[in-house]
Ligand binder design. Structure first.
Ligand SMILES: [Zn+2]
Length: 448
């Protein structure tokens, strides 16, 4: 039964991708897009999991499609990878082919990654394509590929499914940490060296969840958020409690001792004050130096000690932002004061469930308030600006997506959700946390 659902989901996803591919195009971008910096030369990057790049739930720049090097940030918009120079704030598509339209798989930048990493100077990325073999399309399942830094020299590296294209129900985004891939399969967490055959994968945690014929898998039990900091790999599981509710629960895998221990779980709402929701799941968290920093919209900034389990409030964020979306880096905790929008049927305007945001509140990670910065000038400058969504913070640069929705309706017969929808844009911007200066970097338009 689940197999059928999965197939259906794959077909729907395919239809959606076709739809998106059919109507997406690049806008005449902001000034910075015009002069590009060219395809980057060799890049230097650490082999560690990138905590600060793993924060975003933005519509177009999700956390698993960002990779930072010392010089810049690679990011995937749609299916193509672009490169942003952190110094100049100029970006360019990762394709040097003359006359290329950058629209299909013939483009060097077309990686279509589900997760994107770099290792030993090459790209590594996964996706689960159907591959044409002898005239039929074969489901190869989720696989890792590699490519050189200019997008050429593609190679299949390894499978992430024991039965490629089989009845897998894994809702886990793999991570790469120090040359080891951590991934989930049927409710079990595994680790395997990058490039090693999946049969050599080592089981770390969890019980296999097999198809029992019931129509719905327990997605709470299948979902894990993976993380790593130094010698420790963490995973956040959402576990059922004795009272029937689910709670985010953090486990630590020590890569030196090979031991796994439960180190933290979300405190009850009454233990940490009023939260906008019931307090069984944290929306923003960051694990560093044996502590978890966490925030839930409408509440404070907290630090949980992973040795003692003790939670201490670091800042009363709600006094400045009654509601907001947070973002962590090794240095800062940032809050954009966006607000929940009433739930409406449909996927068009309220896909994030939140709108607005005109101020960024800057805190140090120890809870010290630094300053607030206004984004009002962006609203004055950009027509139809609807929502600010945090993407990542590195050094003193805060990157965010400015989402626009035009009041103009367009009819798009390919849209499977509704007959007409409004033109949407996603502008990648950078806010300098010292000066408050905003740079518009890249504008991606959908639906016109
Ligand atoms: Zn191209």
């Amino acid at each position: 039964m689940r197999h059928g659902l999965r197939k259906m989901a794959a077909l729907l996803a395919g239809a959606l991708l076709l739809t998106l591919a059919g109507c997406e195009q690049e806008a005449a971008g902001p000034e910075n897009s015009a002069g590009t910096g060219g395809i980057p030369a060799a890049q230097t990057s650490s082999e560690d999991f990138q905590k600060n790049m793993h924060q975003s739930s933005a519509l177009r720049l999700r956390r698993n499609k960002l990779y930072e090097t010392e010089e810049g940030i690679f990011f995937q918009m749609g299916s193509v990878v672009r490169y942003l120079d952190k110094e100049t704030k100029r970006e360019t598509i990762l394709c040097g082919k003359p006359e290329c339209t950058h629209e299909d798989e013939s483009c060097n930048a077309y990686l279509d990654a589900t997760n994107l990493w770099m290792y030993n100077g090459r790209f590594y990325f996964d996706n689960s394509d159907y591959i044409e073999e002898n005239g039929t399309f074969v489901n190869k399942g989720d696989r890792i590929y590699s490519a050189s830094i200019d997008g050429t020299d593609r190679q299949v590296v390894q499978n992430l499914e024991f039965e490629p294209g089989g009845d897998t129900a894994h809702a886990v985004d793999p991570i790469l940490h120090r040359g080891i891939v951590y991934f989930g399969y049927n409710g079990v967490l595994y680790r395997v060296p990058l490039g090693e055959d999946i049969s050599k994968a080592e089981k770390l945690w969890g019980e296999e969840i097999l198809d029992d014929g019931s129509p719905f898998a327990d997605f709470n039990a299948l979902h894990l958020d993976l993380w790593a900091d130094g010698d420790t790999v963490y995973f956040m599981a959402n576990l059922e409690q004795p009272d029937g509710t689910y709670k985010d629960t953090l486990f630590a895998y020590d890569t030196t001792t090979k031991e796994i221990s439960q180190v933290w779980k979300t405190p009850d709402a009454d233990a940490v004050g009023e939260w906008e929701t019931t307090g069984v799941s944290v929306t923003q968290w960051y694990v560093m130096d044996n502590a978890i920093y966490f925030y839930l919209s409408g509440g404070g900034l907290w630090r949980g000690d992973l040795s003692t389990g003790e939670n201490v409030k670091l800042a009363d964020v709600q006094e400045r932002a009654a509601s907001g979306t947070g973002l962590f880096s090794d240095d800062y905790f940032l809050v954009v004061n966006d607000e929940p929008t009433p739930q409406v049927l449909g996927f068009v305007d309220d896909v994030t469930g939140r709108n607005g945001g005109d101020t960024v509140y800057v805190y140090r990670l120890d809870g010290t308030f630094v300053r607030e910065l206004s984004l009002q000038s962006l609203y004055d400058e950009v027509e139809d600006l609807l929502h600010i969504q945090p993407v990542c913070c590195t050094g003193d640069d805060f990157y965010f997506e400015a989402n626009t929705v035009s009041s103009e309706e367009t009819t798009d017969t390919q849209n499977i959700w509704s007959g007409s929808h409004r033109v949407r844009g996603h502008i990648l911007c950078c806010l300098d946390l010292n000066t408050g200066e905003i740079t518009q970097i890249y504008n991606y338009v959908l639906g016109n």
